[in-house]
Design a protein around this ligand. Sequence first.
Ligand SMILES: [Zn+2]
Length: 185
Amino acid sequence: MSKIKIRDIEVKYHVFHRKVKYARLEIKNGELNLILPLEIDDYQILIDKHEKWIHQKISRIKRLKNESQKRKLDFSRGRESFRNLVTVLVDEISGDMGLDVNHITLRKMKTRWGSCSTQGNITINTRLRYLPENLIRYVVHHEICHLRVRNHSKEYWDLVAVTYPNYQLLEEELAIYWFLVKDLD
Ligand SMILES: [Zn+2]
């Protein structure tokens, strides 16, 4: 692992050589991975080319991490009461919107708070149970809106904004809390 300075921030990076045609980069856990074809050693070009993107991504992660130190998880809500809460919220929100939810699954998810399938099945991340109720409600609402619009298009966000004009703040809040739950059990 090495470090480079990109504008005002220090970025940890790793170089990998793989059987790939083109060099690419990715950000994982707040660190930069540079994936290079076997015969290529110079990664500075890649960094220079994507400097702005790297800077934006990493500084966002740093900011969210910092902000997460000001939040606290609520460990008082048990599994059963979480399941009941989600069930009540799904019934209420889907009822209000006139949409049918086929099945609710609660499980630990590693990359997101929830998901929604084309068959009308909603999956909710069990780690959400440590979050404030308003965020649990928002995630359920977010997934139910996907029953009407699958992707995150403008049409989708317009639908979310009917109930949550401030949805961007809530999405940001969820991103902040992610740093507190991602390493739990
Ligand atoms: Zn979504």
